[in-house]
Ligand binder design. Structure first.
Ligand code: SF4
Length: 337
């Protein structure tokens, strides 16, 4: 069975943006692949943070991942810092990665534009990502289009390391050189139909820092309090104005949460001014409750028995430490340590 690896920042409780954009998909993929999901707390410290908050957010993320459907009996969930080999392999990869390749990464350029002083950790972030993936020799990484460049760097690093340190196979390459083993398989993108969910302000991507999210475990009243004032089609001013669903975030949320027949009904009602936006949002709130209610129930069960989450993370870390040590034994041997 092919192995997949993916990571998520310990940003606290999931919100519907990262649930729909990644985790819902992982819950499906865990039944199709040997799946390793990592809470990447080493990545999270490239921004200023409070240590106590990091612990709280990591715990909340773990709980919401399990509540959202990751089953520790089916997949592996663990915390990155419980497996120190991630940083060891990242250091090794730093020594074979030219600075220019890192400076060309789009995400680095965007962050560098916004900050006066850039930490080396932000520049080297994709090297740690490569180490995360290659440590487990993952065959595939579920990614959205915007992450393909980072994954490409992981592939380049794997190729470069294999060419420098892989054992000779005794065979010749097509161009007459000595063939080396593929110690690190080049991870392929598993392009998945992820949904980029806009924030409730309709302005920017849903993110906690923008305060435009719906927490995954929010109560029905809490969800309604956020949906009610949410931005819709800005040209639909009066109830009698027909709307354009495609420009409305509420419609896109319907596509994520409502049955197809309801989505069609929403489209018809909107374009014909058959209902007002509040009517539309009420239907959305019902659809969301159908999907999120059971998640909230699972979260409450896990909250009542926190050892279930801790045990899942411990077992995940134990398995990953075993895999990581195996890989690092091979790396150390081949690199002369
Ligand atoms: S009716 Fe629904 S889809 Fe149309 S603009 Fe209002 S909220 Fe958006």
């Amino acid at each position: 069975m092919s192995r997949i690896f993916s990571g998520i920042q310990p940003s606290g409780e999931l919100h519907i943006g990262n649930y729909l954009g990644a985790v819902k998909n992982w819950a499906r993929l865990q039944h199709e692949y040997e799946s390793i999901f990592c809470i990447v707390d080493y990545h999270a410290i490239t921004h200023p943070y409070e240590p106590e908050q990091l612990r709280v957010r990591r715990g909340a993320m773990a709980l919401s991942l399990l509540a959202a459907g990751l089953d520790p009996n089916v997949c592996t969930v663990f915390v990155q810092s419980q497996v120190p080999e991630h940083t060891e392999l990242a250091w090794i990869f730093n020594t074979i990665t030219p600075l220019g390749e890192l400076e060309r990464q789009t995400q680095f350029k965007e962050k560098a534009q916004r900050q006066e002083s850039i930490l080396a950790g932000i520049l080297n972030y994709p090297v740690l990502q490569a180490a995360d993936i290659l440590l487990y020799k993952a065959d595939m990484v579920p990614v959205g289009e915007d992450q393909v460049q980072h994954l490409e760097l992981s592939r380049v690093i794997a190729r470069r390391w294999n060419a420098a340190f892989g054992h000779l196979t005794g065979r010749r390459t097509l161009d007459g050189g000595d063939e080396r083993e593929e110690f690190f398989p080049e991870p392929k993108p598993l392009l998945t139909p992820t949904r980029r969910i806009m924030g409730l302000d309709g302005q920017s991507k849903m993110s906690k820092s923008m305060g435009n999210t719906v927490p995954l475990l929010d109560t029905p009243d809490g969800i309604w309090a956020k949906l009610r004032p949410a931005v819709t089609d800005p040209k639909r001013i009066k109830r009698t104005d027909p709307g354009t669903p495609e420009v409305c975030n509420i419609y896109h949320l319907h596509k994520a949460f409502s049955p197809i027949a309801t989505v069609e009904h929403v489209h018809n009602q909107c374009t014909s001014a058959g209902w007002g936006c509040i009517d539309c949002k009420k239907v959305l709130a019902e659809s969301m409750e159908t999907e999120l209610g059971p998640i909230r129930t699972r979260a409450a069960e896990l909250e009542a028995k926190p050892t279930l989450v801790d045990d899942a993370l411990d077992a995940g870390a134990a398995k990953c430490r075993r895999l990581a040590r195996e890989t690092m034994d091979g790396v150390r041997d081949r690199m002369g340590f």
